[in-house]
Each structure stands twice: as structure tokens, then as C-alpha cells.
Design a binder for this molecule. Structure first.
Ligand code: SF4
Length: 224
């Protein structure tokens, strides 16, 4: 099964006619009302488990108007909301949604701007500025650091991260997450190059060592 991605426009017709289900079109368009209908079915579970809705992705801020509307609808139903973001959006976008967000899950990949650009394609300046601003205006944040061997697991980066995060006022915790290769299959199925082919998951010991460095700055660290 091959796809010429230079001419495929994701129309989905091949998935419709493939009776063996070998072709699959992922994702569908929905209105906020349709999404809320799905969410409302789970409200009894949220009430029992103190749960709520997490807007994740991809990057939910890429669909800012939909997100803002959906967050408002959740607020109207008194549903707890979390936004999981890379932080790479204009401050205006954060400003427009922050009063309807109970908690931000905010990625911090590297304090080194050059290395951040090398691996993500963008500078970390806007991301760090937005996090400082969110903290200053009282937004609750859990910062998530994906620990990637050879990319951001060195002592220098962890100390710089710890120093920066220790200055934030409304930081709930730091979630240290070990790199995994779950995305590799997705890249392959999309015909995209996976740019960390040799990288393996960090050992439990290096996760603990990284956690200790962050904790030495007074941070509350959860290792996942
Ligand atoms: S989605 Fe399938 S049918 Fe549509 S252009 Fe791509 S390959 Fe062709």
C-alpha cells in the first residue's frame, strides 16, 4: 500500500471503498455542540472521579476559535478543563482562553535556544515568555519535560530548567516524562521522516537523577 503524498489531498475516498479497512482516514470535523454532547455523556464519571476535559493534540491552540468556544461551553456546564500545549502561540491566544482554563499542561523541551530550534524548528523564546506571563497572571500550570537522551537530559539543561521554573509563582508541579517511541509508527504511516531513529528511552536511574536535579531547586517533581 503506497500513497503519493504530493498529490493526495486527504479526500478519504480510498478509505470509504476499502472494505478490508486497510485504509483509514483519521480525524473528523465536529461542531462545538457535537463535542459537548459527547462530553456531557461523561459528566457523571467526572463528578465521581473529580475528572474533566483535557484539550490535547497535536496542538489545541492551532484551533483557537474552536477551543475558546469549547472551553466556554465546558465552563457553562461547570466542567474542569485542562489545555495541553507546546506554548508556541501568541500571548493574545493565551489571553483569550486563560480565564476558562483550570490548568495548563505546558511543555518545556529545552532551555538552549539553539538546540530547541534544531529539534523543534522554532525558538524557545516565545514559549518561555508565555509561561512566565501565565504564571504572573495566576494561571495554574504543570510543566511537562520530556526527557530525551542526548537531546535535553544533560545537567546543564536540567539546572537551567530548574532555575527558570523555580522563579514561577503558580507552578503546580513538574512532570518528568521519559522519551518513548510511540510516535514512530505514526510518522511511518504518514510517510514522514522520524528524526530520532537511534534514540532509546532513558533508564529509570537517569530519570531519578534528572528528578533530583530539578528537586534541588525546590520543585515538586513527578516522574512518569
Ligand atoms: S485520500 Fe485516498 S483517494 Fe483521496 S487523494 Fe488521497 S489516496 Fe487518493
Amino acid at each position: 500500500m503506497t500513497t503519493n503524498r504530493t498529490i493526495c489531498d486527504n479526500c478519504g475516498l480510498c478509505a470509504e471503498v476499502c472494505y478490508n479497512g486497510a485504509r483509514e482516514l483519521l480525524g473528523r470535523e465536529m461542531t462545538v455542540a457535537q463535542v459537548m454532547k459527547e462530553i456531557e455523556r461523561d459528566v457523571p464519571f467526572f463528578d465521581q472521579s473529580q475528572g474533566g476535559v483535557t484539550f490535547s493534540g497535536g496542538e489545541p491552540l492551532m484551533q483557537r476559535r474552536f477551543l475558546a468556544e469549547a472551553l466556554k461551553a465546558c465552563r457553562a456546564h461547570d466542567i474542569h478543563t485542562v489545555v495541553d500545549t507546546s506554548g508556541f502561540a501568541s500571548w493574545e491566544v493565551f489571553e483569550s482562553i486563560r480565564s476558562d482554563v483550570n490548568l495548563f499542561l505546558y511543555d518545556l523541551k529545552s532551555m538552549d535556544d539553539e538546540r530547541h530550534s534544531q529539534y523543534t524548528g522554532v525558538s524557545n523564546q516565545l514559549i518561555l515568555e508565555n509561561l512566565e506571563k501565565l504564571s504572573a497572571v495566576g494561571a495554574k500550570c504543570v510543566v511537562r519535560i520530556p526527557l530525551i537522551p542526548g537531546v535535553n537530559d544533560d545537567g546543564e539543561n536540567l539546572r537551567a530548567s530548574g532555575k527558570f521554573l523555580a522563579e514561577l509563582k503558580n507552578l503546580v508541579a513538574v512532570d518528568l516524562m521519559g522519551y518513548h517511541e510511540i510516535a514512530r509508527g505514526k510518522y511511518e504511516s504518514l510517510g514522514m521522516e522520524y528524526r530520532l531513529p537511534e534514540t532509546k528511552a532513558p533508564s529509570a536511574e537517569s530519570m531519578q537523577q534528572a528528578a533530583r536535579i530539578l528537586e534541588s531547586f525546590g520543585l515538586k517533581v513527578k516522574v512518569s
